[in-house]
Design a protein around this ligand. Structure first.
Ligand SMILES: [Fe+2]
Length: 199
């Protein structure tokens, strides 16, 4: 079809605004306010030694998983071994409220699009692999903000609200984390275990 096309012209300000962010993380709010921590996601004051983090990371690539959602996610229960026993000990305080201990894998270049979880309400969550920025963020869409977990540079435990829309865009390598599904709504979990929240 015959047509005439003009070049698009941007102002200096628009040129600055529309510069590439480089990655999903570039779009995210890194300032986790009290509102975010008490309603959406927070770090927990649970220390995990580097050795334990490494042992768990070695373990998860050797396990057998059940595939979910057309080979996007795969899931297994924690196997019985020294590393998971040590981790269970660290999470012992939550024993009364635990629904399930799982390891979640996500296939390389497979994305979990925005959704809310149909079953669990709160997840205690520790990223394992890959390390650094290759572990793409868990994204939560809360109160007109996009909140994402930081680069996976050191062992870190989070609690987050699975009833808030969330997604994971996993470009690159397969992704693994350890999760404890909790029966309590996030706000109740926050109140009950408040002293463990990094607020
Ligand atoms: Fe989910």
């Amino acid at each position: 079809m015959a047509h005439i096309q003009k070049n698009i012209t941007l102002s200096d300000e628009e040129e600055k605004i529309h510069v590439s962010k480089g990655s999903r993380r570039g779009w995210m709010d890194s300032d986790w306010t009290y509102d975010i921590k008490s309603n959406a996601i927070s770090k927990l004051k649970i220390d995990i030694e580097e050795d334990l983090w490494n042992d768990l990371s070695d373990l998860v690539v050797q396990l057998e998983y059940k595939d979910f959602y057309s080979e996007t996610l795969r899931l297994c229960e924690w196997p019985i071994c020294d590393a998971t026993s040590k981790l269970k000990e660290k999470f012992k305080v939550f024993d009364d409220d635990v629904a399930r201990y799982v390891i979640m894998g996500q296939f390389a270049d497979k994305h979990v699009f925005p959704h809310v979880d149909p079953v669990r309400s709160t997840s205690v969550y520790m990223p394992l692999l890959p390390r650094g920025n290759d572990y793409t963020p868990l994204e939560l869409y809360y109160n007109n903000k996009i909140i994402g977990t930081p680069a996976n540079d050191s062992p870190c435990v989070y609690a987050w609200n699975t009833k808030i829309p969330h997604a994971v865009y996993q470009f690159g390598m397969a992704r693994y984390n350890v999760q404890v599904a909790i029966n309590l709504p996030y706000n109740e979990f926050f109140e009950k275990y408040r002293e463990l929240f990094d607020v």
